[in-house]
Design a protein around this ligand. Structure first.
Ligand code: BES
Ligand code: ZN
Ligand code: ZN
Length: 481
């Protein structure tokens, strides 16, 4: 774990292996002899442009990394987070372990301090825990240099949020042989006991008594038993009329079932529990930040396999809510397990719901790997989640969810089909979920395109991203009951 601290000392006196200093576009920085470099055109201050200086006179640090921050008026906390991540990845590639970040005088408040720490911790993450080499590089300490009020607290908060996000990334990255549904439940239990949450795991029999036929239909094709994880956070002073439910898709591996997927790229379907992982990560941070409202996470965990007991296309299952579903395609399994989890969350008294799921390939077609697809049955709830996402620099884009789309889910044999025709696949999937959120204010986040990076970014390794942990944490902590 990276050590994080704050220092108020003037940056010239900070002894570290490297000092990161943001430099801006259109502002010729007079420090470190950089003015010449601006004049020569070597530095422009463009976003994420990195210039490493050695032996800078008058500076105690061994190196100074001039980190391009772009236009000063565009430099918000989200940009600061990316900048810190990119700078730290630049330095750690050169085996630098001890780093300080000098907050810019005009961008120096607590929101910048926490963003910068988050960027550093997220940028340091590598999905390489099973590599055995001794050449793995990581940053040992990160110091934020600044003197605004509240920096120490902001750094501590940013650190715990980013560590929780990295925990979600670790879970999403675990291969399916090592992380079965019962192992996810074990991870949730450990998290709960370490951070003081309640945790309950419903087994197959309990789910059967509750009538969760949609979830159990998916589970029946695998030898691995299913689990419905429930994690509870309760504030000390209760009495808030609000109870937030976080529902995360926990398919530990998605073969497609009998409607089996092609071999090419199937190995990536280990991250089909990224939504569930994000909920466990968010609950870990929520337990530490103690928001005013009660929050409960529900994570239905199954492995979608084509075993001899697997459900078949054409099977009709009964969801807990009472609706019957014709399973046209067994690869549309996420919505089936979420149907029962959403209904259970409502039954448990949740007044507001957010789900996160790697639900459809269609959302990747629509929004690529940039935006989370956001669907809502309630404008106020949609705006709350969008505001939290914006503040946290997690891109989300509102998608339509009009009643007309329900037509596409008609079945001649059951109340609903689990898939619609080819077009609008992300919307029909969301429409299916809406039938189970019913009249509870609800937001659905389709993270199929954003939970995993196929290529690294300057500020983030390739692999699991931990989206939307930060948005969920802020949603809970900003909610004033
Ligand atoms: N887990 C997949 C969705 C997915 C696709 C996640 C790509 C991450 C990357 C989901 O269970 C699925 O298979 N959806 C099908 C639905 C179809 C059968 C209607 C899809 O999107 O192809
Ligand atoms: Zn699937
Ligand atoms: Zn899936």
């Amino acid at each position: 774990m990276m050590q994080t601290t704050t220092r108020t000392t003037s940056f010239e006196q900070i002894k570290s292996e490297a000092l990161i200093v943001p430099v801006f576009e259109g502002r010729k920085d007079p420090r470190f002899g950089a003015a010449d470099l601006f004049d020569a055109g070597e530095i422009a201050g463009k976003p994420l442009e990195m210039t490493l200086l050695h032996h800078v006179p008058g500076v105690a640090a061994i190196r100074v990394l001039l980190a391009g921050a772009g236009k000063p008026e565009k430099f918000d906390a989200a940009e600061a987070r990316k900048l810190a991540g990119a700078a730290i990845r630049h330095l750690k590639a050169k085996s630098v372990k001890e780093i300080a970040f000098v907050l810019d005088a005009e961008h120096s408040g607590p929101d910048y301090a926490s963003a910068v720490v988050e960027g550093a911790i997220l940028g340091d993450y590598e999905p390489d825990r099973y590599k055995t080499g001794d050449d793995k590089k990581s940053v040992a300490s990160f110091t934020v240099v600044g003197d605004a009020a509240g920096l120490a607290e902001a750094v501590a908060t940013g650190s715990l949020i980013a560590e929780a996000q990295n925990y979600a990334r670790d879970l999403a990255n675990e291969p399916a042989n090592r992380l079965t549904p019962l192992k996810v439940a074990e991870a949730a239990r450990q998290t709960a006991s370490a951070y003081g949450l309640e945790c309950e795991v419903l087994e197959r029999d309990q789910m059967a008594s509750l009538g969760m036929g949609a979830l159990l239909g998916v589970a029946q094709g695998s030898a691995e038993p299913p689990a419905l994880i429930v994690m509870r956070y309760r504030p000390e002073a209760a009495a808030a009329p609000v109870h937030l439910g976080l529902v995360g898709k926990g398919v530990t591996f998605d073969t497609g079932g009998i409607s089996i997927k092609p071999a090419e790229g199937m190995e990536k379907m280990k991250y089909d529990m990224a939504g569930g992982a994000a909920m466990i990560g968010a609950m870990r941070a929520i337990a530490q930040l103690k928001p005013a409202i009660p929050v409960t996470a529900f994570i239905p965990c199954v492995e979608n396999m084509p075993g001899s007991r697997a459900q078949r296309p054409g099977d009709i299952v009964n969801a807990m809510s009472g609706k019957s579903i014709e399973v046209i395609n067994t690869d549309a399994e996420g919505r089936l397990i979420l149907a029962d989890a959403l209904a259970y969350a409502r039954k448990q008294g949740c007044t507001h719901l957010v789900d996160a799921a790697t639900l459809t390939g269609a959302i990747v077609v629509a929004l690529a790997h940039i935006n989370v697809g956001l669907f809502a049955n309630n404008d106020a709830m949609r705006d709350r989640v969008l505001a939290a996402a914006k503040a946290e620099g997690e891109r989300m884009w509102p998608m339509p969810l009009e009643d007309e789309y329900k037509e596409y889910l008609k079945s001649p044999f059951a109340d609903l089909a689990n898939v619609g025709p080819r077009w609008g696949g992300a919307v029909t999937a969301a429409m299916f979920l809406k039938e189970f959120a019913e009249d509870t204010p609800w937001v659905h986040l389709d993270i199929a395109g954003t939970a995993w990076l196929d290529d690294s970014k300057p500020y983030l390794a390739k692999g699991p991203t931990g989206v939307p942990v930060r948005t969920l944490v802020r949603l809970a902590t900003d909610w004033k009951g």
